[in-house]
Design a binder for this molecule. Structure first.
Ligand code: ANZ
Ligand code: ZN
Length: 877
């Protein structure tokens, strides 16, 4: 056919591939290419299309290149939306989830993404969550999973726990509208803090991660180095431990501030002090930025070095979960302390103990705090006077150590991972609570602890707790009556280990096989949204390191790191029309877009404002991937999405620009048809490249080689996929124009011989195959048929074209060109050429034109001297 019909040829090739997967044996080692598995929400959106296109192109390329590629897909299938659908629409979460998976899988297939579907799994299947539970138990048995009391968002009307996302900015429940309360519950934690130091320092090993993601992780882990300092309390035995990063400022301390949960504050409350009880109550509505404070009556702290007494406050700016929930207040050198002191001790002076090295230090403000650490200790600090901040800190900590009143210490901001959810649609925590034996793990042989089939979703408390039959069990230890844990696991637990399972997705006895995971992990390329830059990646790194420590896998070559290279793809923004008069968002059907360059609002005939914004229902700027594929086909959709922006940038999706890609595909196809006709007409069935190429052939051949080299680099190393698309279109144009020039040529030396043309055309098809698989496969089949060769897929493993040595060019050596005795420029020449050929070649170069024509003026070439073996050409003008 003169035109390829999309998406018909997509369907045709999808079913052929299914029946005949590409043949060939990998020779180059493994390549684990992973895109973050999706939540089965119901439909693919353009963001999915973008990320799976990227991973598919890279996976297809690596197979062609001869790698053993693992390119799996699965479903992060537990979680809240399924449960909400159950509550709102009475649909079983299982049924809802499975229907969504089916739909989205169909959409992925329409995109022609080559996932290894035989490894597919959903985290909500008992075969998977059995292993999630098994891993929970290994953590529990080694003390990495523990229970503690922690606050939750509690909806007092629905009597249920809410996720943070279910609490509106007004502090009300999304469902009942009730004011959400904080309530303390016993909950499960994973001890990620045990790995805080490694998670921090090993970021350094991740050379192929975006710096921004690493610094977000670093910030989240929040390693800080400082000291613990012990203050006494006047008149009692109590000691106050304080964490500070600035021991050098110890002589500038004017007060101690404590969090509301600090034992000293709690004791004062118990002692019945009404003022503080009231203040602590009020504190609940204060933010961390508040500068309020309340002085603990009659209590004073004792400075560890000077022995002077200091007031003690309770203050909302002190966090109870950091350090010891206690701050030594240094108004002169800390902004928060400065503001606090001004408000709570108005008019009282404070000591400056760090001075700038120069009075012109721009950070120094005589009326504010000096927070820089590049100063020196002030004369008032006595024996420490003149020391730098670092030296001062060291000297002070040394002295404190000698007195037993302080020591060096490191603190982390990261907290343990709260994994329990009071929800139904998650993996049940495999624990039994027995009144006699306490917390008892479910024996491994009894896993999985299955979710009950049907449950009343509406109602109060945890859904699982409502199912009496499920909850009441016999204690595995004492056979007495006991109760199951009714919390389920955070879905982040499911998604923190899934990539270990793909290499051997059927393993039934173990979550993942030691051999296969050690062989395939670290993942070579992980692609996903930047919204997962912190939690998902951090939890995954924690699990991978913990599993390595437990001997579940080798730990790989990066000290237990799971992902060697990370790409965070940019968002896809939609074309958004607004009415310039009312600033209202316009529906696409309100705008006449028949001329894509000049849309008009139908009602007013005005031009709408056009912008690109995050796709959303309220802006009418969403694009449905399925519509797009059925309209333009998978190939054009894929190529367009890659072409519009570098993979990490925001992409402005504009349907009207896709014609450019369609034209390219059309041109390539028609060219292939023309070449195929020539091949068929020639009757030749065995083509081989001639030993010597003519000039025109060499030019074409070099273009092909050059594009192969660029594409190899782009798909294998730099992932500059947008420029790759333009390289394909450029090469297509050169092949086509070389072909038509050759057809119009009158001299044989200006014609391109059929084997050379076929070689160029086949290679163009081959290297564009990862991006436009159906078109390439159709072109490939056509070219094979014309040669009367049996069909084989363009995707045969290891069939990527090697870059060939340029035999004809080996003799091209740079020659210095002298004009009237002066060296002017250089030109690549073959020593074996005759003088005419050399003169012509030199004259054709831009420099030749410049020096021999433009600048020569009326002078003409008198003589050309080409001494043998000297790589020079001398002109006498
Ligand atoms: C005295 C001091 C003087 C401080 C100075 C800073 C500057 P990072 O770097 O984040 O670890 N701090 C300690 N515990 C706290 C808590 N529970 N809530 C709020 N703030 C707390 O921060 C460490 C600094 O945060 C500590 O160093 C302490 O203030 C404060 F010129 O101690 B600093
Ligand atoms: Zn028991």
């Amino acid at each position: 056919p003169e035109r390829l019909e999309y998406p018909d040829i997509d369907d045709k090739w999808a079913s052929i591939w299914q029946a005949n997967p590409p043949r060939g044996t990998p020779t180059r080692g493994k390549f684990y290419c992973l895109s973050m598995f999706p939540y089965p929400s119901g439909n693919l959106h353009m963001g999915h299309v973008r990320v799976y296109t990227i991973s598919d192109v890279i996976a297809r390329y690596h197979r062609l290149r001869g790698y053993e590629v693992l390119h799996p897909m699965g479903w992060d299938a537990f979680g809240l939306p399924a449960e909400n659908a159950a509550i709102e629409r009475g649909i079983d979460p299982r049924v809802w989830t499975m229907a969504n998976i089916k739909k989205m899988k169909g959409q992925m297939k329409k995109m022609l993404v080559s996932f290894d579907w035989d490894r597919e799994f959903a985290t909500c299947s008992p075969e998977y969550y059995k292993h999630t539970q098994k891993l929970f138990l290994t953590l529990f048995n080694q003390g990495y999973a523990y229970r503690a009391e922690a606050p939750v968002n509690w909806d007092p009307v629905d009597q249920t726990v809410l996720a943070n996302e279910q609490v509106g900015s007004d502090g009300r429940s999304w469902r009942s509208g009730a004011l959400v309360e904080q309530k303390s519950l016993w909950q499960w934690f994973f001890k990620i803090t045990a790995f805080a130091d490694e998670l921090h320092s090993d970021l350094e090993l991740l050379k192929e991660w975006p710096t921004s993601v690493k610094s977000m992780q670093q910030h989240w882990i929040g390693k800080s180095e400082g000291a613990e300092i012990v203050f006494g309390v006047k008149g009692c035995e109590e000691l106050l431990h304080v964490y500070t990063t600035r021991p050098d400022t110890l002589l500038g301390v004017h007060y101690i501030a404590l969090s509301a949960t600090h034992p000293l504050v709690q004791r004062t409350i118990l002692d019945g002090d009404s003022g503080i009880t009231e203040f602590v109550d009020k504190m609940k509505s204060f933010t961390e930025d508040s500068k309020e404070g309340f002085r603990l009556p009659e209590l004073e702290a004792i400075h560890p070095l000077t022995g002077s007494t200091l007031p003690i406050f309770v203050a909302p700016y002190v966090l109870d979960s950091y350090g010891h929930g206690a701050v030594m207040g240094v108004p002169a050198h800390d902004t928060r302390d400065f503001d606090f002191w001004k408000k709570n001790a108005p008019g009282q002076d404070f000591a400056r103990v760090i001075l700038p090295l120069s009075p012109n230090d721009p950070e120094y403000d005589p009326d504010g705090p000096y927070t820089s650490t590049s100063g020196k200790l002030a004369p008032s600090t006595g024996k420490y006077s003149g020391l730098s901040c670092t030296e001062g800190a060291e000297a002070i900590v040394r002295d404190l150590e000698a007195l037993g009143k302080g020591y060096k210490s490191t603190n982390f901001r990261i907290r343990d991972w709260l994994v329990s959810r009071q929800r139904y649609w998650g993996a049940p925590i495999p624990i039994i609570h027995c009144p006699t034996c306490g917390t008892v793990p479910v024996p491994e042989s009894e896993l999985p602890v299955l979710l009950p089939d049907s449950i009343a979703h509406a109602g109060s408390g945890s859904p699982l707790a409502r199912d009496e039959e499920w909850v009441n069990v016999v204690c595995p230890k004492c056979n007495g009556s006991a109760k199951r844990e009714t919390d389920t696991m955070d879905t982040f637990v499911d998604s923190s280990w899934y990539y270990f399972r793909f290499p051997d997705a059927d393993a039934s006895q173990v979550p993942f096989s030691y051999e296969e995971s050690s062989r395939m992990v670290p993942v070579d390329l992980y692609i996903g949204g930047v919204e997962h830059a912190i939690l998902h990646l951090l939890y995954s790194r924690f699990f991978a390191k913990l599993f390595a420590k437990q001997g579940l896998w080798s730990g790989g070559s990066l000290n237990g790191e799971p992902f060697r290279r990370l790409i965070t793809q940019g968002m896809v923004h939609g074309k958004t029309f607004t009415d310039p008069e009312t600033e209202r968002y316009l529906r696409p059907e309100e705008v006449d877009q028949s001329d894509p360059h000049k849309p008009v609002i139908k009602a007013t005939q005005l031009s709408p404002n056009i912008s690109f914004e995050k796709m959303s229902k309220s802006k009418y700027n969403g694009v449905d991937p399925e519509d797009c594929i059925s309209k333009y086909g998978a190939d054009a959709t894929r190529a367009h999405i890659l072409f519009q922006a570098p993979i990490t940038d925001v992409l402005q999706w504009d349907d009207s620009k896709i014609v450019g890609i369609q034209r390219w595909l059309g041109r390539m196809w028609r060219h292939v048809l023309a070449v195929a006709r020539d091949v068929e007409a020639s009757g030749i069935t065995h083509f081989s490249m001639p030993d010597q190429l003519t000039d025109v052939e060499l030019t074409l051949w070099k273009d092909v080689q050059d594009t192969i080299a660029k594409t190899t680099e782009a798909l294998g190393t730099s992932f500059t996929l947008n420029t790759t698309i333009s390289n394909y279109t450029k090469l297509t144009n050169s092949v086509i124009s070389a072909y038509s020039a050759s057809q119009n040529a009158t001299q044989d030396s200006d014609k391109i011989r059929l084997p050379v043309l076929l070689d160029a055309t086949s290679k163009l098809v081959k290297i564009s195959a990862p991006v436009v698989p159906a078109t390439a496969e159709e072109c490939w089949a056509t070219l094979l048929q014309a040669q009367r060769l049996p069909w084989s897929s363009v995707f045969e493993i290891g069939s990527w074209p090697e870059i060939e040595p340029i035999h004809q060019e080996k003799t091209l050596i740079p020659h210095n060109i002298f004009i009237n005795g002066k060296r002017r420029f250089s030109v690549d020449l073959d020593e074996n050429w005759d003088q005419d050929k050399i003169a012509q070649t030199v004259l054709k170069t831009p420099n030749g034109q410049l020096w021999l024509v433009d600048r020569a003026g009326s002078k003409t070439v008198q003589r050309i001297i080409i001494p043998k073996g000297q790589k020079t050409v001398s002109y006498v003008l």
